[in-house]
Every structure is written in C-alpha cells, then in structure tokens.
Design a binder for this molecule. Structure first.
Ligand SMILES: Cc1cc2nc3c(=O)[nH]c(=O)nc-3n(C[C@H](O)[C@H](O)[C@H](O)COP(=O)(O)O)c2cc1C
Length: 327
C-alpha cells in the first residue's frame, strides 16, 4: 500500500511535514496545501515557503492548485516546474462556501462542461504529471458518473477520491458505493481518501477494497501521527516520539512566526486534532485552548505528557469530528 499525506491547509505546511517525516517515517507522497493563484500571478509568502525545495528536502512533495482558470493553472504549474516539481494536483474537493461560490474546489464539479474545457487546456499546455483530488459531486452522487467520464478523457497521473459531496462538508459517511463504481470504471489509478482514523478503519477499508493500492490520510494522521507505523507494523504511538515531534513543530513556529499569539494559534489548531490520543484529554485540551502565553501553554502540555497515557486506539476522534472541523 502507498500512503499519502493529505493536504490540510494551515496545518500540514512545511513545518508539520518535515517533523512528521523525521519522527514517523515516510509517506510515499506529501501533498502540499493548495495554492490559490491570484490575478497578479504571484505566490503568497506562505505559498512560497511551502513549496521551496529546501523545505521539502528528501520527500516526494506534490503541490496543489485550486482554480477554475486554465490560464492561472498553467502559469502556476510552469512556476512550480521551475522550482523542480514534476507533478501537480488539482483541487476539486474544497467544500468551503467562499471557494465554492467562485466555482472553484468542489464548486467546479457543478460545471462539468467548463471543467472539461479546463482540463483539455491544461493537459495540452503543460508537460507535468497532473493528478486530481475530487469529491463525488456538488449535490448528488449521481453527478459522479459524468465527472468520471470527463476525467477518463485525460491522462491523469492518478485520481484521488474523497467520496463525499460538497454539501456534506465533513458530515455523513464517505460513499463507498460510488467509490467502488469509480474504482471499476476509472482509466487511471484510484486513491482513496476519507475517514481512515484508526488501524481498524484501515483494515475495514482494505477488506472492502482489496485491489486499492494507495490511500491518502488526513485527520487520522493529525490525531495520531503514528497511524502508518501502527498500520504497517502494529507498533503503537509512543509518548517520547510524539513529544519530540511536538517540540520540533513548536520550536520551528517560534522561529518563523511573529509573536506568541500566532504560535499559539497554530499549536491550538494542532491540538484540536491531537489531544484525543491521550487519556482524559478534555481538561488539558480546554487549558491549551485558553492559553494566552507560551509559558502557560508549555505548562499544560508538559502536564499532559507527564500525567496521561496514549490511547491504544484513539477511536474517540471519529465520534468527535463530523461537522466540527474548520475547513
Ligand atoms: C483543516 C483542513 C484543511 C484542509 N485543506 C485542504 C487542502 O488544502 N487541499 C485539499 O485538497 N483538501 C484539504 N482538506 C481536505 C483533506 O485533504 C481531506 O480530503 C479530508 O480531510 C478527508 O480526509 P480525512 O478523513 O483522512 O481527513 C482539508 C481538510 C481539513 C480538515
């Protein structure tokens, strides 16, 4: 099985990716959170930091572009090629209202003819590998048949399917029926993405789809960065590794971000997902959320590591997430 780290805007930036890579081993691919090209054709400083080769050393990183303008996609892809990238991913999954209202992300799925023209143009005018990360439709799972027909016209590197609709956001369960049909009819390799939070979730998925050879993991990794080693060799997540991983991220943010508030914001976002790997995490989670100074933050994180243990199966995550996420 190939494992991919999902792009998670605001979280799996280069700071997170390099700490993950150092402490929890290799993902076959690391997808970089989306670049949203602007009218001036410049990358924002965050986008640039994220794609700089020196921030992605030793890993196979795939930048992602989110746009409905073929011209913007092509210009950005060329730019990425100059930075040394050979592969790029198109975001057709983002469900956020501001994105969807502009016909981007999963909003683009509602305009299949326009999407077809867009794909025709970008495949004609770039010579990079292009993969797609898609939801199964905007409002109805029936939309996917037509979308797949379109995807099948182009030489996609791979098709990553998060089988939810835009209107699901992160609610409801991934639609395995549509995923199964896609697997049968897709001309390119298919990667599965969605709600694999535990070893048990992974095993249930592979039992249902034994021919799938690649999965993308997002929130499951945020919650338990040791999920891939747990899947592969049944080794449980250990506190020292998690602590070292946390410390590297925390120190790096202090180095590159201005002010305690910004560092705390980033760390709180991470703990939102990560805290449930600990026993009795709730009161620590609340204190982390309330911390206004690094000193207070450090005290509660230390107490959490000192006083609590890691759940062998952080299944609590799946109960807590749907509808709860920010993106
Ligand atoms: C905070 C957050 C940020 C995300 N950012 C992106 C993104 O930049 N690009 C993208 O394609 N998907 C993004 N996603 C979606 C994830 O990549 C993934 O498809 C989704 O979380 C489902 O997978 P999971 O159940 O393994 O988490 C984001 C999701 C979350 C929760």
């Amino acid at each position: 099985m190939k494992f991919y780290l999902a792009p998670l805007e605001g979280i799996t930036g280069h700071v997170y990716r390099s700490a993950y890579h150092k402490y929890f081993g290799e993902m076959d691919k690391y997808f970089i959170p989306f670049i949203s090209p602007n009218q001036f054709g410049r990358l924002s400083s965050r986008e640039k930091e994220n794609i700089l080769p020196e921030h992605n050393e030793g890993v196979y990183a795939v930048p992602q572009i989110m746009t409905s303008s073929a011209e913007d996609f092509i210009r950005t892809a060329w730019k990425l090629q100059k930075y040394g990238y050979g592969e790029v991913n198109l975001n057709l999954g983002c469900p956020s209202k501001t994105v969807v209202s502009k016909g981007r992300g999963s909003g683009f799925l509602a305009f299949p003819d326009k999407l077809n023209c867009f794909l025709e143009e970008i495949f004609e005018q770039t010579n990079m590998k292009i993969s797609i990360k898609t939801r199964i439709g905007k409002e109805s799972p029936e939309e996917f048949e037509r979308l797949l027909e379109i995807y099948n016209k182009y030489p996609l590197e791979e098709l990553i399917i998060h089988p939810r609709l835009q209107t699901d956001f992160y609610k409801n369960t991934p639609n395995w029926e549509v995923f199964g049909a896609a697997l049968k009819h897709s001309k390119c390799s298919v990667c599965y993405n969605g709600d694999i939070f535990t070893v048990q979730d992974y095993e249930k998925f592979t039992a249902a789809f034994p021919t799938v050879d690649r999965v993308m993991l997002g929130r499951g990794i945020l919650s338990n960065p040791g999920l891939v080693p747990a899947i592969l060799s049944k080794t449980p997540l250990e506190k020292p590794a998690l602590e070292a991983f946390h410390n590297q991220i925390y120190e790096k943010y202090q180095e590159i971000l201005y002010g305690e508030k910004n560092v705390l914001f980033k760390m709180k976002e991470l703990w939102f997902y990560m805290a449930p790997v600990f026993t009795n995490y709730e009161k620590y989670g609340k204190k982390i959320k309330k911390a206004e100074k690094l000193a207070a933050y450090e005290k509660v994180v230390k107490a959490l590591f000192d006083e609590q243990e890691i759940f062998s199966v952080p299944a609590v995550l799946s109960d807590r997430l749907p509808g709860d996420v920010i993106f």
